[in-house]
Design a protein around this ligand. Structure first.
Ligand SMILES: Nc1ncnc2c1ncn2[C@@H]1O[C@H](COP(=O)(O)OP(=O)(O)OP(=O)(O)O)[C@@H](O)[C@H]1O
Ligand SMILES: [Mg+2]
Length: 224
């Protein structure tokens, strides 16, 4: 399959009372399997919303989203969850680790959901990759922002996703850790052929991806 993600005329409108807010306006693009793309734009321009629609975490108001040949619009919650579990890794802007689980358990969750084997040792390997081998027994509140971000990265890798969506993956990291995380993202792309879609304010990171999609006020203003 050459195209892993295809958006056609996608809009997202939020309604509160009698007021409506058009957050995404007629967005269309497709992304090649195995490629790397960054999405850039000012704060509030709709980047996180767009990523959520692409990953099947949220639904568009209009238009179609096709992921790995599956049209997400017609799917129910369970079917969407199954698609996410099978194909998608996600690194959230605010980490979204489960607070009642340790770092190690957080990394194990997606593998457990897939009914895989040897998950503890594989989760430990992943934590080791992000430099947190010693912190597996800690809960999210006992970790710094950057450490939580790295746990969420290890978790995103744990189901060997076909496509990884990362929302500001380096936003909370110091320069040195950022560099490590970026290297991990691109290693995964190179070694496993994982398609990488990153939202970032980091122009150095954006310059490393094959394409840049720039959005402003919910519209694409430039795409390479
Ligand atoms: N659930 C919601 N209800 C109403 N408005 C929302 C909702 N979620 C997001 N918005 C609005 O949609 C717009 C786009 O938000 P989004 O989080 O996608 O921006 P962003 O580009 O990711 O910004 P940032 O760079 O600050 O993370 C914002 O104006 C935001 O307030
Ligand atoms: Mg955002």
């Amino acid at each position: 399959m050459n195209t892993i993600l295809d958006l056609h005329d996608v809009s997202k409108i939020y309604k509160s009372g009698d007021r409506t807010l058009k957050v995404l306006d007629s967005i269309s693009f497709s992304i090649d399997t195995g490629s790397t793309v960054s999405i850039v734009g000012p704060s509030g321009s709709g980047k996180t919303t767009l990523l959520g629609l692409c990953a099947g975490l949220d639904r568009s108001t209009n238009g179609t989203v096709e992921l790995h040949g599956k049209r997400l619009n017609g799917l129910n919650e369970d079917q969407l969850a199954a698609v996410r579990n099978q194909y998608v890794g996600f690194i959230f802007q605010n980490f979204q680790l489960l607070p009642t689980l340790t770092a190690l358990e957080n990394v194990m969750v997606p593998m457990e959901l897939r009914g895989e084997k040897n998950i503890k040792s594989r989760a430990l390997d992943l934590l080791d990759k992000v430099g947190l081998a010693e912190r597996g027994h800690h809960y999210p509140t006992q970790l710094s922002g950057g450490e939580q971000q790295r746990v969420s990265l290890a978790r995103a890798f744990s189901n060997q996703p076909q496509i990884l969506f990362a929302d500001e993956p380096t936003g909370n990291l110091d320069a040195e850790t950022s560099e490590k995380v970026v290297k991990l993202l691109f290693d995964l792309n190179r070694e496993a052929g994982t398609t990488l879609v990153v939202v970032t304010h980091d122009l150095e990171l954006a310059a490393k991806t094959q394409r840049i999609i720039r959005i402003k006020g919910g519209k694409i203003v430039e795409a390479s």
